[in-house]
Design a binder for this molecule. Structure first.
Ligand SMILES: Cc1cc2nc3c(=O)[nH]c(=O)nc-3n(C[C@H](O)[C@H](O)[C@H](O)COP(=O)(O)OP(=O)(O)OC[C@H]3O[C@@H](n4cnc5c(N)ncnc54)[C@H](O)[C@@H]3O)c2cc1C
Length: 209
């Protein structure tokens, strides 16, 4: 279990060799941490959403109401299809931005700032989507979905905090809009880390589909 320890410092002196990053660059370190952690939240929330959807699909295929599987109702199918689409899109975006983060030159400050906004995009999109998906999973299980012995209840309850911690959804929107204002749309919407030639090659399989 995670705990929150409290540290107190009195008259502590540290040498220059103990400075992390550079003097006056503490915010950059914080931003780098946010980038990593918000990517982890993207991965974790979408993983949890996938588990919730698995449980909902299993249930929908076996639960019979009015003589038919509830899976056969189009309104149930719509919830499942929307959840599949949201998981697929958010998982792909999380992989993309994590890959870009791995490729980034740590000395490129502007790039790090753009990646910070891209990680905010991942966190906002994935946490909001996973909350919708877990909510649908509870709905598909009906009354059982609200009961603690079913894991969808726990997933729904636990995913709620991901829209709050590590910066609320509102703060992610502020970070994203700030990036758009300062450096424009192309960075936050682009696929950085590959050359233009590599990008055009990357587009070919998509066009062939
Ligand atoms: C279980 C849990 C564990 C946590 N663990 C940690 C931890 O380990 N380390 C840590 O540092 N923090 C931790 N937090 C704190 C968490 O990061 C904060 O709760 C979160 O950032 C929101 O801050 P706040 O609670 O002060 O809400 P507030 O800042 O008071 O926000 C309240 C509401 O106002 C909105 N709001 C605030 N400012 C703006 C704005 N500029 N524009 C628009 N809307 C705004 C918010 O989006 C929210 O809806 C944890 C929180 C929880 C619930």
């Amino acid at each position: 279990m995670y705990e929150h320890p409290e540290f107190g410092f009195t008259d502590v002196k540290v040498g220059a060799d103990a400075v992390l990053g550079g003097i006056g660059q503490g915010l950059e370190l914080t931003r780098d941490w946010f980038t990593e952690e918000r990517l982890m939240i993207g991965a974790r929330t979408i993983g949890a959403a996938e588990r919730a959807l698995e449980l909902a699909v299993d249930w929908a295929k076996t639960r019979v109401q009015g003589g038919t599987r509830i899976f056969d109702h189009q309104l149930i199918q719509g919830m499942i299809a929307d959840s599949v689409a949201e998981i697929a899109v958010n998982r792909a975006l999380t992989h993309q931005v994590a890959w870009e983060f791995d490729q980034a030159d740590p000395a490129d400050l502007a790039r790090r700032k753009t990646l910070h906004a891209k990680a905010a995009t991942v966190k906002l999109a994935a946490s909001e989507a996973s909350n919708r998906i877990a909510d649908r999973a509870v709905q598909i299980l009906g009354g059982r979905g609200y009961m603690r012995e079913n894991a969808v209840e726990r997933l729904w309850r636990e995913l709620r905090v991901d829209r709050i911690w590590e910066g609320t959804s509102e703060i992610q929107r502020v970070v994203i809009a700030n990036e758009v204002d300062k450096r424009g749309l192309s960075g936050v919407l682009g696929f950085s880390g590959v050359t233009e030639t590599e990008q055009s090659w990357a587009r070919i399989p998509a066009l062939a589909l």
